[in-house]
Design a protein around this ligand. Structure first.
Ligand SMILES: [Zn+2]
Length: 335
């Protein structure tokens, strides 16, 4: 009796465990008949390694995965890491990389180093003028500790949205008609912070005041599709990038920030729907941190891109290449 019972339990358990991985639940867009097979631009990447060979192998991998170009930019916290000071020049050496001007001025404002912030802002103007960068980012005006539930550890950056230096940078981007990638977390539930209304108002004002620049809200604005839609409707010069959350830590950190997927790796339906409703307004930006130890050990960018291709393949075919490739190519004026 026992010998018959035990194997059938094992089978049942195995089915239960594998079922959620195999099928999309009702909140998720099921995969399409085939994965997206076209070209990709990864419009937001933050390599952590500084090692030339490791970077070379990462970019070779990207090329093999069909990622034609990667846009490298600094994160809101990089200004505190002297080790990462040269990351933009090191990455710019690779033929399939485009870099954005550093937005470290935001961190210096946060730390009260206004003179240093001013020098950085002056340099952005010069670099844009010389064509040394294709835009500015990540401008991290609101960045909270998303590791709080696991003991904390992320440095926080909080800067007034209308700081004069922020406007100076927006004006420079407007002059050269380039994108500004903005990382602005509107809410932070652990401390009951809710600035969503203020943040939305700010986007709406800024897009009118600087009509020639492209506003790119990072990680799909970190607001609901409905709130983002309101902004897209009032700001013709606004787009949003989307990343696929790939680790448990990342999905937890994004719990209040409207991530587009869980670890089933399918789009949540409301996100798939808004991508298809506004196919010219979204770009793929992996937010990949090649070489980072936490959350990246044993993870392969190529495998990640395979997953992203399956997900993009779930969208209506005419939309797929726009999100994966041509929208980014157009706004960053890529070769
Ligand atoms: Zn970001």
């Amino acid at each position: 009796m026992l010998s018959i019972f035990a194997p059938s339990m094992t089978l049942a358990t195995a089915l239960l465990l594998s079922f959620p991985v195999l099928a999309a639940d009702e909140n998720e867009r099921p995969y399409g008949a085939r994965a997206y097979e076209g070209r990709i631009i990864d419009a937001e990447s933050h390599p952590r390694t500084q090692n030339r060979e490791e970077l070379a192998s990462h970019y070779a991998d990207a090329a093999k995965a069909g990622v034609e170009r990667i846009i490298v930019m600094r994160t809101p916290n990089d200004y505190r890491k002297p080790k990462r000071e040269k990351m933009l020049v090191r990455n710019a050496r690779f033929a399939n990389v485009t870099i954005l001007c550093s937005a470290d001025f935001v961190g210096y404002i946060h730390d009260g180093q206004i003179e240093r912030a001013r020098r950085e802002v002056a340099r952005i103007g010069q670099d844009l003028d010389a064509g040394r960068c294709a835009g500015v980012g990540e401008v991290g005006l609101r960045h909270y500790d998303k590791r709080w539930s696991r003991g904390g550890g992320q440095h926080e950056v909080f800067v007034p949205l209308d700081h004069p230096l922020v406007h100076q940078v927006l004006a420079a981007a407007n002059l050269y008609a380039v994108p500004v990638v903005l990382h602005i977390e509107p809410v932070y539930k652990p401390r009951s912070i809710d600035n969503l209304a203020e943040v939305k108002r700010w986007y709406k004002e800024v897009c009118v005041k600087y009509p020639r620049l492209w506003l790119v809200a990072a990680h799909t604005g970190m607001m609901s599709p409905a709130d983002l839609e309101e902004l897209l409707l009032s700001c013709p010069n606004m787009l949003a990038d989307f990343k696929v959350l790939h680790s448990e830590g990342a999905t937890k950190g994004f719990a209040d920030l409207h991530g587009i997927n869980d670890l089933d790796f399918r789009f949540f339906k409301p996100w798939a729907a808004i991508f298809e409703k506004y196919p010219d307004r979204f770009i793929f930006g992996s937010d990949w941190k090649e070489g980072r130890k936490r959350g990246y050990r044993g993870r392969s960018y190529r495998k990640h891109i395979d997953r992203v291709r399956k997900m993009i393949g779930s969208l209506s075919p005419p939309v797929q290449e726009k999100l994966a490739y041509s929208n980014a190519k157009r706004i960053f004026r890529l070769p």
